[in-house]
Design a protein around this ligand. Sequence first.
Ligand SMILES: Cc1cc2nc3c(=O)[nH]c(=O)nc-3n(C[C@H](O)[C@H](O)[C@H](O)COP(=O)(O)OP(=O)(O)OC[C@H]3O[C@@H](n4cnc5c(N)ncnc54)[C@H](O)[C@@H]3O)c2cc1C
Length: 324
Amino acid sequence: MTVLVYALHYEGEFNKNSLGAVSEGARLAKELGGEAAAVVVGEGSDLTDELCASLGRYGATKVYRARGPEGLAQPVVDVMERVIQDDGYRYALFGGGLLGFEIGAGLTARLNAGVTMEVTAVKAQDGKLVAERPILQDSAVVDVGYAGEPGIIIGRLNAFDAVESGDSAAAVVDVDVELREHSTKAVMVRRGEQRGADVNIEDAEVLVAGGRGLGKAEGFELCEELAGALGGAVAATRAVVDAGWYPYAAQIGQTGKTVAPKLYLAAGISGAIQHKVGMQNAENIVAINKDPNAPIFEFSDLGVVGDLNKIIPKLTEAVKARKG
Ligand SMILES: Cc1cc2nc3c(=O)[nH]c(=O)nc-3n(C[C@H](O)[C@H](O)[C@H](O)COP(=O)(O)OP(=O)(O)OC[C@H]3O[C@@H](n4cnc5c(N)ncnc54)[C@H](O)[C@@H]3O)c2cc1C
């Protein structure tokens, strides 16, 4: 076995980020002439054989299922350490996100391994993996190789596409790992939801993002109405998050989340580089801005110059009318 991937599930589904990591792990393992496996950890009844085996559709041939608290990093570190030591994986791959970063960092320390974070692409070269990592605010990319094994690769959020490569089921293997004492110290009290964070912006196919051009916190109601009509979610720039207009969970950019929706619509956003790095992989970029020289128009597929207060309500009505 070559590549081990962590897959996060919640309420009976794997998230898009994890499915992307499994797909990428399978692709890379194949290039190295090996196979990829996934680790899932949870204690709920939703962690069924069927759910675990479904990772086979994304290329995993084996899934290690361990019972333990969901959504916490240290128990997963314990499980992955054990699997790597027992079955000798050459690389561990994570799809990014806060949990991926935390588990990857913990595993790196535990195994005294080499790690690359914020990886945007991985290639096989001379029988080894080489990770590509943007540096200097994404103005350059460096290739990072590993001197020893295992190598830990932590992707940027949603850097890897989820690709269904077949309909075979992965073999599900239950592993019984005794968690370390300190790994059981943190407990999940509850999963909180806040305005704007009830939909995961990383998984949304349509995002309506609001910036300082909305004028005030209440301006986000325009974005919420439009996102509702389009069946999407609302995102934000750092400027409005810092101003307390919208929660941090919705922030896109260098110090926020990286997204790749099918449609990203910017309302009153200038298009600063720190925002751009988080949304430039959107398939279609539409911007509404009253300033014809706003930088966002330089990387938009469709630019509308005008006052968002006039345009967005009309657009929302038009979408609703079209949907009947
Ligand atoms: C280290 C660092 C990290 C950062 N990380 C991030 C990050 O993760 N994410 C992020 O977003 N930013 C980040 N920033 C901040 C970034 O540099 C910008 O300041 C921020 O993105 C600007 O947000 P904005 O587009 O909402 O506001 P502005 O730049 O003020 O743009 C507002 C836009 O709204 C337009 N507008 C105004 N009124 C209307 C109207 N009625 N109708 C239509 N258009 C209108 C204006 O023409 C303008 O273009 C970071 C900065 C630093 C230094």
